[in-house]
Write a protein that binds this ligand. Structure first.
Ligand code: AMP
Ligand code: MG
Length: 514
């Protein structure tokens, strides 16, 4: 049977109230939770590769006891389930206490030299549920399971998904917030990560001027996850700097593949630089810097693709402000925030150069800006454009460009002069590169995914699953494991978003209702 430990809860203060009613929780990092339990729940997906990577016998995960633990029907040995207390800035405004309203942490699984926390999302309400029900619907759970795994295989830091279960109970949701509520199947995803701590876990104590608990949590975080700084006299600053760097790297990855998180509130920012909380995220089909997948974000598009780096910096500013009582050095915090912008520029430049298969020294800022502008104007499919660019080398004739980029643009007109001129310039740069054609292709293939989980694909898988057919969910779960390697089996998904999906809810835009 699965054995867990209570590393977080034994080190940090608990909410003394054990009753489950919604409330403000002070002087504590978490509240104990009794999972409601779902006697009719059933595991639909088990992430066997993740289990294997933990080196734990397969029988542990196939036992009935494991299924019972995943559904809150059984408490694992050593497990003391809890929900974390955190706050957050939502859409730029302080939103007060939020916390794990529907996420129940089971505890930590001890691996060879680390721990991994197991968390059930959608397993019932906690003291942080406020007015919500604590449940999750199948559609958003499929989206979370598949995309968190897709991100992992794309090489992007992320929480992982261990299981996807249907609860056998229905949940009422008003998808478009228009009074048209309907029952949907409930689901639970067991998510895993070294830690689910967010910027908001620290902010809540700072806002409440509770420096004692802020320090306790910061010390715990450093000891557990940033041990290299533990002995430093300025350990809080060193830690903050590291979080800024990890967050910077994360955003560069998102921009590389065209992922738009959609709700970059500070309660959705991992202290470990992981992609966390897969809600109304979206994938870029036609390259559009203004794209936001979240209907709630439409008025200002705060969380649009091109704003993600700036928002990450804003969120780090909120974290830096929260850590001020520990760091006591405003100037150093400001300089880390300023460095974020310069480091981002450098890393973005290096990343974009790798997408083009060129040494960064050959690629000017203007050349990249011209590329971004042509991708947008010519409505190029981001994923397909970069994949097809592999087919162009310095000797490709201009009249072949059209053939190579055929079916890559969403506008049916002829290839723009801007595009042709850029490609000609690209060929000149290729001539000046010291990489062989083979080396260049290898480099490009490592950073430009061929198979990505577009919004409409998720939606197709969800619609089939709602009819009881998980075939497409399973197919995508396989496909996402090798996103960079051409595979005949998946070539049908190397295609633009079909027209029917352009305006369809779930396939283009998503609400936060989940
Ligand atoms: P999110 O927008 O999903 O990041 O959630 C923001 C906050 O709302 C977090 O504190 C969640 O735990 C909480 N929340 C979202 N949906 C629910 C739900 N169905 N039941 C309880 N809490 C929820
Ligand atoms: Mg969240």
């Amino acid at each position: 049977m699965l054995k867990l430990e209570s590393v977080f809860t034994s080190a940090l203060p608990a909410d003394p109230i054990e009753a489950q009613y919604p409330r403000q929780v002070f002087d504590a990092m978490f509240s104990w939770v009794k999972p409601k339990g779902f006697p009719n729940a059933e595991i639909k997906l088990l992430n066997k590769d993740l289990c294997k990577s933990w080196n734990i016998e397969e029988s542990v995960f196939t036992a009935q006891s494991f299924s019972d633990i995943m559904h809150g029907n059984l408490i694992a040995e050593g497990s003391m389930p809890y929900a974390m207390c955190y706050g957050g800035h939502q859409f730029g405004q302080w939103a007060g206490q939020l916390g794990d309203g529907r996420a129940i942490n089971l505890g930590e699984l001890a691996l060879k030299s680390t721990y991994v926390t197991l968390q059930l999302k959608g397993a019932g309400p906690t003291p942080y549920a406020r007015t919500a029900d604590g449940f999750a619907v199948l559609r958003s759970s499929i989206r979370e399971f598949l995309m968190s795994e897709a991100m992992h295989y794309l090489g992007i830091p992320t929480t992982r998904a261990l299981t996807l279960s249907v609860t056998g109970e229905s949940v009422l949701r008003d998808i478009m917030y228009n009074g048209d509520a309907a029952h949907e199947p409930g689901a639970i995803v067991c998510r895993t990560a070294p830690s689910f701590l967010r910027f908001g876990n620290y902010e809540i104590f700072a806002v409440r001027r509770d420096v004692v608990n802020l320090k306790k949590l910061a010390d715990f975080t450093i000891d557990q996850f940033f041990g290299e700084f533990a002995g430093y006299s300025d350990k809080y600053l060193a830690w903050f700097k590291d979080v800024a760097e990890m967050t910077c790297d994360l955003i560069v990855h998102w921009q590389r593949v065209g992922f738009v998180h959609g709700v970059m509130n500070t309660d959705n920012m991992s202290i470990l630089g992981l992609t966390i909380d897969y809600g109304p995220y979206g994938w870029m089909d036609d390259y559009d810097p203004n794209f936001t997948p979240n209907t709630t974000d439409l008025p200002h598009k705060r969380y649009r693709f091109s704003n993600q780096p700036m928002i990450a910096q804003w969120n780090l500013m909120a974290l830096g402000k929260a850590l001020m009582p520990l760091i006591n050095d405003e100037q150093s915090i400001v300089s880390i925030l300023n460095d974020f912008a310069t480091h981002y520029e450098e890393k973005y430049h290096a990343m974009m150069s790798s997408k083009l298969g060129l040494e960064p020294s050959l690629v000017s800022k203007e050349f990249l800006q011209n590329l971004e502008s042509l991708l947008e104007k010519d409505e190029m499919d981001m994923t397909m454009f970069y994949s097809q660019l592999l087919e162009i080398d310095s000797s490709t004739q201009q009249n072949e460009f059209i053939h190579i980029l055929k079916d890559v643009s969403y506008n049916s007109g002829k290839m723009s002069d801007k595009c042709v001129n850029w490609l000609v310039e690209y060929q000149l740069l290729l001539k000046g590169s010291s990489l062989t054609s083979h080396q260049r292709r290898k480099l490009m293939q490592k950073v430009n995914p061929r198979y990505v989980l577009r919004n409409y694909m998720n939606q197709m898988a969800i619609e089939a699953a709602y009819q009881g057919d998980f075939g497409l969910v399973e197919e995508f779960f396989e496909m996402i494991k090798s996103p960079y390697t051409k595979n005949e089996k998946y070539e049908k998904w190397f295609a633009k978003r079909p027209d029917w999906a352009k305006e369809k809810i779930g396939s283009s835009m998503l609400s936060c209702s989940s």
